[in-house]
Write a protein that binds this ligand. Structure first.
Ligand SMILES: Cc1cc2nc3c(=O)[nH]c(=O)nc-3n(C[C@H](O)[C@H](O)[C@H](O)COP(=O)(O)O)c2cc1C
Length: 189
């Protein structure tokens, strides 16, 4: 049984990143048999990271990068965690003030941070609506309100669960190229 941790930071009064968490969780739940823990970053323990086969990691975009609270959490625990999480999977998501405001850079920074801990991070080729994708993670402006933004969050959680199921649990039917759902490649045109 795959184990997924959704760890997130959210700082503004409107808790936009937090509002994405249920959608990421719904995406994970599309794959049966996944155990899920959801933790606000300050409530997360190192043990949650060791427990999880895969992590969906989300934070607001701050100055084009990772929010300080999320960065500090991993900085503080690096000596404890490093060398012990190789081969797990991670996918990033972020709320930015605007599209073009650095959300993809934040996803890249989150990915690099997870790579530093030995995690596999992955691209997602799917389109979730016409001209809407999540190649480097789910990025949305404010809360994920539009259906494509909501689906991007779900798809990030789903793909994480698929890779965890495929590689960690040996569930051959979960490979995305064998997906039973429509992957909307035609929406790129
Ligand atoms: C210190 C700080 C830096 C920010 N930097 C950016 C930025 O570089 N690009 C951007 O689009 N939005 C930026 N924002 C806006 C937040 O990313 C945005 O309001 C987000 O939706 C907040 O998510 P939250 O409610 O989960 O905290 C910044 C906000 C703060 C407080």
């Amino acid at each position: 049984m795959g184990k997924i941790l959704i760890i997130y930071d959210s700082e503004s009064d409107r808790r936009f990143t937090e509002l994405a968490v249920p959608y990421v969780k719904e995406g994970v739940e599309r794959i049966d048999g996944m155990e899920i823990r959801v933790k606000f970053v300050e409530d997360a323990e190192t043990e949650d990271v060791f427990w999880a086969d895969g992590i969906a990691i989300g934070c607001p975009t701050h100055l084009g990068g990772i929010s300080w609270r999320m960065k500090k959490w991993w900085d503080d625990r690096t000596p404890e965690i490093w060398f012990k999480t190789d081969g797990k999977f991670a996918v990033p998501f972020t709320s930015a003030g605007s599209l073009g405001g650095g959300g993809e850079l934040t996803c890249q920074s989150l990915s690099v941070m997870m790579m530093n801990m030995g995690y596999f991070v992955f691209g997602i080729t799917d389109y979730v609506a016409k001209k809407e994708s999540l190649h480097y993670g789910a990025v949305f402006a404010g809360e994920p309100r539009a259906e494509h933004a909501i689906e991007a969050c779900r798809r990030a959680g789903q793909r994480l669960a698929e890779w965890v199921g495929y590689y960690m649990d040996g569930r051959r039917d979960l490979h995305p190229l064998d997906a039973k759902y429509q992957r909307f490649w035609e929406l790129a045109d």
